[in-house]
Design a protein around this ligand. Structure first.
Ligand SMILES: [Zn+2]
Length: 267
């Protein structure tokens, strides 16, 4: 942050407005080194607007791709977040929309072209508050059963939601070079393993990532499916990326998919 002059009269009565939001995860599962639980209580965070510098950083492709943009900006705009990269991806998506709202206001426009005859591409105004309201919070009463899978041999797998860092890693692995234009099976397999590993907290209490990696590549495919089915059931919370609009050509009420990623929100 740039230095401020303590006797600058312009800053004296400046109260940067922010807003309080509740993380879809309710702050559950986080270790104390990720969020400061004396500041973030029950998943409530205060979000301050981005500055013009933050805006530039948010629009820097390299920093977005590496996750550094999120790490820097969340660190500055959201008090109590010690390690933004280790926030759950769903919380990060939600917080990006919160940042957009406190920085630029409630209105947001998306381009959309319906498939009705003679449809044209139009710009539609959507309400960011609506988007935030329809986000689903995690259900604390079912968390214990949902975030676990028991295998036929009795081994118990504890799951956790994937973090922003996990997603950045997986996205980077998608760029793995292909062998002579063929799909590289090993790379594909590694990517699948990485995606599963990213949501395993421990197996029978063992959290060592090397041990878990070796184990997951050894167990039968059917057991892996038990785990991926369990993972599937844990995804029913977080932001909902659909918004209602009325087609400007035919007047039909529609629900459109609006990916709330940094490119859409801040470019
Ligand atoms: Zn239409």
């Amino acid at each position: 942050m740039s230095e401020t002059h303590t006797n600058n009269p312009l800053l004296e009565n400046l109260r940067i407005p922010g807003e309080t939001f509740t993380l879809p995860s309710l702050g559950m599962f986080y270790d104390d080194d990720v969020i400061d639980k004396s500041i973030v209580v029950d998943g409530e965070v205060h979000v301050y607007p981005m500055t013009a510098l933050d805006e530039i950083i948010m629009r820097t492709p390299d920093k977005l791709f590496s996750g550094k943009a999120i790490a820097e900006i969340f660190g500055r705009c959201i008090p109590g977040i010690h390690q933004p990269m280790r926030l759950f991806a769903k919380d990060v998506d939600y917080l990006l929309v919160c940042l957009r709202k406190v920085t630029y206001g409630n209105e947001f426009s998306v381009e959309y072209k319906h498939n009705c005859p003679d449809a044209k591409k139009h710009s539609y105004q959507v309400d960011i508050a609506t988007f935030l309201k329809q986000s689903v919070r995690i259900d604390p009463t079912t968390v214990g059963q949902l975030y676990a899978a028991t295998l036929p041999n009795g081994q118990r797998v504890s799951l956790r939601p994937s973090t922003y860092e996990d997603i950045v890693l997986i996205m980077q692995e998608i760029q793995v070079p292909k062998d002579d234009g063929d799909v590289n099976e090993q790379a594909l397999f590694d990517q699948q393993v990485q995606a599963i590993l990213s949501v395993i907290k421990d197996v029978d209490g063992v959290a060592n990532p090397q041990f878990i990696r070796e184990w997951i590549t050894t167990i039968p495919a059917g057991w892996v499916k038990v785990i991926t089915d369990a993972i599937e059931k844990t995804t029913n919370w977080g932001p909902v990326y659909k918004l209602p609009i009325k087609c400007k050509d035919c007047g039909t009420d529609l629900e459109i998919f609006v990916p709330m990623n940094p490119v859409n929100l801040f470019m």
